[in-house]
Design a protein around this ligand. Structure first.
Ligand code: GDP
Ligand code: MG
Length: 735
């Protein structure tokens, strides 16, 4: 909110820059396409590519030949896993579109692509209305304040219900939907669309796969004409309640008569950009109906790059772009997807990473799912793909030079100095963090399982494959378990892990085995403890010995520190930096596996008090001593378990609420709030992941299918002793 307020206030000082840019990128739209799984995002995207002339015949999800579902797994399963970027032209504009996965295991992907877009299309299945994942993606779009339009797809289905979709938007999402079209299914079962603003009728030609459509003006006095006219007046009425400019005109003229289509378009655009309303249009992607009007609506109502992201003005005309995704291409190696905010990104250019380091942009491509066209320059506002970047990761800010970054920071600070805000420092920090933060918000893995290659000779190939997949997907974690000697994957769910396995098979030809999926518990200590550990051994005739004193302290500020108190300073001052590094590495690695269930020990700091090393003692021996010392402390004081907790949101009719709450409390849920939304109630609760197996089925039974839920990980919490015992038995395979 604060950021928005500042941006609003800042705009006049940047008017000139904005006007300059206006001519460069007013014709670009960077758009996300979001929906519940199976609503028709991929089919809709395919049709947009077809009508824009990018492909010569549209693919079908069930035939496995769509452009955006380019991974074999996606084509086999008919779902979108990694979001793909495609771009195409439409009536003189360029649309960059990111098709995103709908399954909960891949919310990380959606989150990343939302950094790169300025607006979104939300697709609804006309027969299902607002579904569980629609709630999730809606909340994500809210987080980024993204203007959106709704496309009600599958209107060809006999069970489609447009009015219910509109009601769902109003009731379940609490927004003001404005339907710009109405429909009629003719006797021969073809769908005709009527335009509420122009009072026209559109009919698509099925023989040309919907490439052509006929526009007809309705005859005044006709039944449908009167109905549309009535709808148009309703639309103006609602719109003037949201838009002052239109309201002024209506008041002045005391009628809707003189209101032109342009006035309605302009008011719709203003209110959509301010997130006051959501325009709704309809069609059937599969039957090739209505898609051209959807593309028109994208241009008409969603923002161009210059209408958002004013914060990057502090870079002037210098190049600045943000990496929002990395994909691995078999032939080209890692490909980095960059949203360019200011300046131009040029082939061969040397760029600086805001967190340090430089890279050369060997080649630049224009995105078309799994095919790329090489280009020389990507202009501000656009999305480009670079090859040859070695150290860049998702979330990195690419800039022209270090001095350009410094100038930007200086400019930003000067601007805030001139503004009079109550909490100046906090605002400054928020904004600077927003621009300069380089860490993507990666969800912490809540499940893990072991992964094994079919034989030892493929171990290193598997590790390489995992490394590359991890760069693409930061929500995948890979670690080596010292005790079991296994490689352990961490991730967001079963589908996530299965997809990784299947990608390693198809892309790297390694048939790995996955162990059973387990909940990723963490461990923590209750109190601090100190220990001196002595170890001595003869190795190859050389006596090796170490005496080390380490302390574990509850807290998370400084993972590894050294006791520099006056009485100890003489001991530690003698230590060489290399020795310190070895101790640090050993001690921290011991925290990777706690004594109770092998979970990572968190919220725990290590302090080195003293170490005495015998002459000729090997580094590996010192490291092992540090590991054993920490393990000894952990075994002596013991640890407590922390379990992953999910935040769930349930939207349900009021009559089922008490049953749902009773069930949640059986699942150890803690209710945060229950708020009314029209006839429904929205429950927000935190529930341990371990209690959520099969929850969606059980919710469906309790509510006879009327309630919906969405969930996302929200950290870890401690457990009582009884629950801990159950959890430990579960990890040992007894329950
Ligand atoms: P996504 O999961 O959102 O990408 O959805 P898909 O595009 O993969 O579509 C899911 C299924 O719905 C596929 O079998 C499509 O053929 C089908 N489908 C998509 N659009 C329509 C439509 O307009 N009408 C009907 N009847 N089916 C559709
Ligand atoms: Mg899809």
């Amino acid at each position: 909110m604060l950021i928005k307020k500042i941006l609003f206030n800042l705009q006049p000082s940047f008017r000139r820059t904005i006007c300059l840019r206006f001519f460069c990128n007013k014709d670009i739209r960077n758009i996300g396409i979001l929906a519940h799984i199976d609503a028709g995002k991929t089919t809709t995207t395919e049709r947009m590519l077809f009508y824009s002339g990018k492909i010569h015949s549209p693919g079908e999800v069930h035939r496995g030949n769509t452009v955006t579902d380019c991974l074999t797994q996606e084509r086999e399963r008919g779902i979108t896993i990694c979001s793909s970027a495609v771009s195409f032209s439409w009536s003189g504009n360029r649309i960059n579109l990111l098709d995103t996965p709908g399954h909960i295991d891949f919310t990380m992907e959606v989150e990343q692509s939302l950094h790169a877009v300025d607006g979104v299309i939300i697709v609804l299945d006309a027969a299902a209305g607002v579904e569980a994942q629609t709630l999730t993606v809606w909340a994500q779009a809210n987080k980024h304040s993204l203007p959106r339009i709704v496309f009600v797809n599958k209107m060809d289905r006999t069970d489609s219900d447009f009015e219910k979709c509109i009601a769902d938007l109003r009731i379940k999402l609490g927004v003001k939907p404005l339907s710009l079209q109405i429909h009629k299914n003719d006797d021969n079962k073809t769908l005709t669309i009527y335009d509420v603003i122009t009072l026209q009728k559109y009919r698509w030609n099925s023989e040309t796969l919907g490439r052509d459509y006929v526009t007809e003006n309705l005859v005044a006095g006709d039944d449908m004409f009167l109905k549309l006219q009535h709808r148009r007046n309703e639309l103006i009425d609602e719109l003037s309640g949201l838009d002052d400019e239109l309201a002024d005109f209506v008041i002045k003229h005391e009628s809707f008569e003189n209101i032109t289509n342009k006035m309605i378009y302009d008011a719709l655009r203003r209110t959509t950009l301010n997130n006051k309303t959501v325009p709704v249009i309809l069609g059937s992607a599969y039957k090739n109906i209505g898609i051209q009007k959807l593309m028109d609506a994208v241009i008409q109502y969603l923002p161009a790059p210059h209408e958002r992201n004013q914060i990057y003005d502090c870079f002037g005309n210098d190049f600045v772009g943000k990496v929002f995704k990395i994909i691995h291409d078999k032939h080209r190696g890692p490909l980095t997807l960059v949203r360019v905010y200011r300046g131009n990104m040029k082939k061969g250019q040397k760029v600086t990473l805001s967190r340090g380091g430089q890279e050369i942009l060997n080649k630049i491509f224009e995105p078309l799912a799994d095919e790329y066209r090489e280009i020389d320059t990507v202009q501000a506002g656009n999305i480009g793909i670079c090859s040859g970047l070695k150290n860049t990761t998702t979330g990195d800010l690419l800039i022209e030079s270090t001095s350009s970054l410094k100038n930007a920071q200086k400019r930003l600070k000067n601007i805030y100095k001139n503004e009079e805000f109550e909490k100046k420092d906090e605002i400054e920090e928020n904004i600077i963090n927003e621009i300069f933060s380089t860490e993507p918000q990666v969800p912490v893995a809540v499940y893990f399982c072991s992964i094994e290659p079919p034989n030892l000779s493929t171990q290193s190939a598997m590790e390489l494959a995992l490394k590359q997949l991890q760069r693409e997907d930061p929500s995948l974690t890979v670690r080596h378990d010292e005790v079991t000697g296994q490689t352990v994957l961490g991730g967001m769910g079963e589908l996530h892990m299965e997809i990784i396995k299947s990608r390693i098979l198809t892309e790297y030809k390694i048939d790995v085995d996955l162990g059973p999926l387990q909940i990723a518990y963490k461990e923590t200590i209750d109190a601090s403890a100190k220990e001196t550990y002595f170890v001595e051994k003869d190795i190859a005739g050389i006596k090796q010995n170490v005496t080390i004193t380490l302390e574990l302290i509850k807290g998370c500020h400084d993972l590894f520190s050294i006791d520099k108190s006056p009485e100890n300073v003489a001991n530690v001052n003698m230590l060489r930096p290399r020795m310190l590094q070895i101790i640090r590495k050993g001690a921290l690695s011991a925290l990777e596996r706690g004594p109770r269930v092998g979970g990572q020990v968190v919220d725990t700091q290590i302090k080195l008090h003293n170490i005495v090393v015998g002459r000729g003692t090997a580094d590996s021996f010192i490291m092992a001593a540090a590991v054993q010392c920490i393990q000894k402390i952990l075994n002596t004081i013991g640890t407590r378990l922390l379990e992953p907790v999910m935040e769930i949101q349930i939207v349900s009719p009021a009559e089922n609420i008490s049953q749902i709450l009773a069930d949640l409390s059986r699942r150890r849920g803690i209710i945060n709030e229950i708020v009314p939304k029209s006839n429904n109630k929205v429950i927000t609760a935190k529930v341990p992941l371990a209690e959520l197996f099969g929850y969606s089925t059980s919710l469906r039974t309790i509510s006879s299918g009327t309630a919906m839920m969405t969930m996302q990980p929200c950290g870890f919490s401690s457990m009582n002793t009884n629950d801990e015992i159950v959890a430990i038995r579960r990890t040992q395979g007894f329950e």
